[in-house]
Design a protein. Structure first.
Length: 235
């Protein structure tokens, strides 16, 4: 019988020294690690054996990290941690807009990265509070199955988008501040600029609203944050 592991990690990093450091620290932490050195190899490895989490460098040969992120997100909600030397706010937002779950800037502490991997995986694996299906109009969210549907069609939500929607739907008509949404949906240890919450809401609206510019479900509360409309068809 094979020994139990913490999970399987796909590391996508073109620098051999950095890749080997990541492999060594993650394996020491109990993870099974596969390394891809370019975007094409990363996508092939992902399709062959989907991992539990992806550590993805932004600057890659052949297919860049943002494109790899987009292609993975088109087929999977697997958690993804972006790893890059780019540290500006706009670079962070580009990764988050693409569906990344977390963002680590180079140079980084390998021990901190392993800790972040554990945190992200724990959030994904934690059982939701209550398993009753949440509904509003033709939108429904099944916490137990971790599936959201609109008019019976499954929605390709990222883990953060799913948690954000679940948090809002569990407290319909409650006005959440951005800080409260970070705490409730992502955990108190999640460090985030307020603008990143807006990015997640924007991405969520694109997937659940007929017209993201005139949302029925996730409403803006000016000067406060956001709320979920309990009767979206009556407002």
């Amino acid at each position: 019988m094979a020994p139990m592991t913490e999970g399987r990690i796909l590391v996508v990093e073109d620098d051999p020294k950095t890749a080997e450091t990541l492999r060594r620290y993650l394996e020491h932490g109990g993870f099974v690690v596969e390394v891809a050195f370019n975007g094409t190899q990363a996508l092939d490895d992902f399709d062959r054996e989907p991992p539990d989490l992806v550590v993805l460098d932004l600057m890659l040969p052949r297919v860049n990290g943002l494109e790899v992120l987009g292609r993975i997100r088109a087929r999977s909600r697997v958690p993804i941690i972006m790893l890059t030397a780019r540290t500006t706010e706009e670079d962070r937002l580009r990764g988050l807009e693409g569906g990344a779950d977390d963002y680590v800037a180079k140079p980084f502490s390998p021990r901190e990265l392993v800790a972040r991997v554990r945190v992200v995986l724990r959030r994904v694996r934690e059982a939701p509070v209550g398993d009753a299906t949440l509904r509003a109009g033709d939108l429904e969210l099944d916490p137990a199955a971790r599936v959201a549907r609109r008019a019976g069609r499954a929605l390709a939500l990222t883990n953060k988008e799913f948690r954000l929607l679940e948090t809002l739907m569990r407290a319909p008509d409650h006005a959440f501040s951005r800080a409260a949404l970070v705490e409730a949906a992502f955990g108190g240890e999640y460090e985030s600029l307020e603008r990143t919450v807006d990015v997640h809401v924007m991405n969520l609206r694109r997937k659940i609203e007929d017209d993201p510019a005139a949302p029925r479900f996730v409403r803006t509360v000016f000067g406060v944050g956001y709320r979920f409309a309990s009767r979206p068809d009556e407002e």
